[in-house]
Design a protein around this ligand. Structure first.
Ligand SMILES: Cc1ncc(COP(=O)(O)O)c(C=O)c1O
Length: 402
C-alpha cells in the first residue's frame, strides 16, 4: 500500500493525519458513551468535545452567530437534503447551476417532479465559472433559494460566491452553498461571502472520517426540521425541539465522527490552512503544467491554477476515461476517479457527457515525486493512445485556453 499514489482526494482524503486516527480511537475508548443522556463524567466529556467542535467549525466558517446553529448530519448530501426540504414551499422558484453535484440536483429534481417547485440552472463557461449577472437575470418574484456548488468536484473552479450572495441579499433571497469540496480546502467566511446556509462534509478536506457532515444556518434563517425523535432533552415534550442544534438533529450523535472532525480542526490549525493549500496548489500547478505538455491529452482547466482547488480533469485521445483510470491503477498504482463524478451537467458543459473524464485530486500528503510519476504514466498511456486515436475515432476537443 505504501507504493500507492492516491489522487482521489476529492472523493475522500486519504490517508488522514495520524493524529486524527489516534485522537478518535483514544476518545472513543475513554469517553465513547451517549452524550446528553446521562450525567456521568464520560458523557459530560463527550458532550464537551461535541460542543467544542461546534465552536471550532463555527469560527472556521467565519459565522458570527450562535455555535449551536452548527448542526451535524451524515455528510454533505444529508445536509443538502435537510436544507432543500426545510426551506422550500410549494410554488417556490429555485436558482442553481450546471456545476452542481447530484446531491443538489437530485433533491431539487424530485421537488420539481412532484410539482412543488420550478428550477432554473445558471450556465458556466469552459473554465467552470458561473456569471453572477446570469444568476441575477434568472431571479423571479417567487425565487426563494439560490443554491450553488462552491468548488467543483470535476474541474476545480471556485464560484464567485460573494458576488452571487450580494445579489441574493439585495433581493431578499436565501443563499446556500455546497462547500463539500471547499471546506478545509480554502478559507471560507460566511459573513464575507453573504452566505445564509453552508453545507459541508466531514471526510474530505476537513479530514474527518466518513459518515459525518453538517451545516451552519445563519441566525434569522428558518429551516424546518424533516426528522423528529429523541434528543435526550425535555423528554416529556410531545414534539421535536424548536431550538438549535436539536431542531435539525435527532437521535444519538456520531461521537466518533465528531471526534474526527475535532482532531481535524486541531490539525488544520496547527499546520495552517494557507500552508496546506500552498503545498497542494504547488503540486496541482506542476501536474497541470505536465499534462498540458503531453501530446494527445486534453486538460479541462486553464494553464494557471490560481483561485481554483486542486481538482483536475483530463482525457487521452484513443481512450475512454475508464480505460485511462484502469491503466493508471493496474499498471502504475495510481488511484483516480473516472466517469461523470456525480455531476452530469458539468460534463454537458465540457462536452464530455458521453466519455466522462479522468480526475486527479490532490491532498495534503501527496508529494512531488508522486506528481512526476503520474505525469510520466499519463505520457506513456498517451503514446499508445496516439496510435489508437485515428482508428477508434476517440479524439477529444483541444484543451481550453489559458
Ligand atoms: C461538490 C460535492 N457536493 C456534494 C458531495 C457529496 O458529499 P457526500 O458524499 O459526503 O455527501 C460531493 C462528494 O463528492 C461533492 O464533491
Amino acid at each position: 500500500m505504501t507504493d500507492v499514489i492516491y489522487l482521489d482526494n476529492a472523493a475522500t482524503t486519504f490517508p488522514k493525519p495520524p493524529e486524527i486516527y489516534d485522537f478518535m480511537i483514544k476518545f472513543y475508548r475513554e469517553s465513547g458513551v451517549n452524550p446528553g443522556r446521562t450525567g456521568c463524567d464520560m458523557a459530560l466529556e463527550a458532550e464537551k468535545m461535541i460542543q467544542e467542535t461546534r465552536q471550532l467549525l463555527t469560527k472556521f466558517f467565519g459565522a458570527k452567530g450562535d455555535y449551536n446553529r452548527l448542526v451535524f448530519s451524515y455528510n454533505a448530501s444529508d445536509s443538502l437534503n435537510i436544507i432543500i426540504n426545510g426551506v422550500l414551499k410549494k410554488g417556490d422558484h429555485v436558482i442553481s447551476t450546471v456545476m452542481e453535484h447530484n446531491s443538489v440536483l437530485r433533491p431539487l429534481n424530485h421537488f420539481e417532479k412532484d410539482g412543488k417547485i420550478t428550477i432554473d440552472l445558471a450556465g458556466a463557461d469552459k473554465k467552470g465559472l458561473v456569471d453572477p449577472a446570469e444568476v441575477k437575470k434568472l431571479i423571479r418574484k417567487n425565487t426563494r433559494l439560490v443554491i450553488i456548488n462552491h468548488g467543483s468536484n470535476v474541474i476545480g473552479s471556485v464560484q464567485p460566491a460573494k458576488e452571487i450572495g450580494a445579489i441574493c441579499r439585495e433581493h431578499g433571497i436565501l443563499f446556500a452553498i455546497d462547500a463539500a469540496q471547499t471546506a478545509g480546502m480554502i478559507p471560507i467566511n460566511m459573513e464575507e461571502l453573504n452566505v445564509d446556509i453552508l453545507a459541508f462534509t466531514g471526510h474530505k478536506s476537513l479530514l474527518g472520517p466518513t459518515g459525518i457532515g453538517g451545516m451552519y444556518v445563519r441566525e434569522g434563517v428558518e429551516v424546518k426540521p424533516m426528522r423528529f425523535g429523541g434528543t435526550g432533552v425535555r423528554s416529556a415534550y410531545p414534539y421535536h425541539l424548536e431550538e438549535y442544534p436539536w431542531r435539525l438533529e435527532c437521535g444519538t450523535p456520531n461521537v466518533l465522527g465528531i471526534a474526527g472532525l475535532h482532531a481535524g480542526q486541531l490539525w488544520i490549525a496547527e499546520q495552517g490552512l494557507e500552508q496546506i493549500r500552498k503545498h497542494e496548489m504547488r503540486l496541482a500547478q506542476k501536474l497541470v503544467d505536465g499534462l498540458w505538455a503531453i501530446e494527445g491529452v486534453t486538460v479541462y482547466c486553464p494553464k494557471k491554477m490560481a483561485g481554483r482547488i486542486p481538482v483536475i480533469s483530463f482525457n487521452v485521445n484513443g481512450f475512454e476515461s475508464a480505460d485511462v483510470g484502469l491503466q493508471l491503477d493496474v499498471d502504475h498504482n495510481i488511484i483516480t476517479r473516472t466517469g461523470l463524478h456525480c455531476a452530469p451537467k458539468v460534463h454537458e458543459t465540457l462536452g464530455t457527457d458521453k466519455a466522462g473524464t479522468t480526475r486527479l485530486s490532490i491532498g495534503p500528503f501527496n508529494t512531488e515525486p508522486q506528481i512526476a510519476k503520474t505525469i510520466s504514466a499519463v505520457q506513456e498511456i498517451a503514446k499508445t493512445g496516439l496510435e489508437r486515436a485515428g482508428k477508434n475515432k476517440i479524439v477529444y476537443e483541444p484543451s481550453i485556453g489559458t
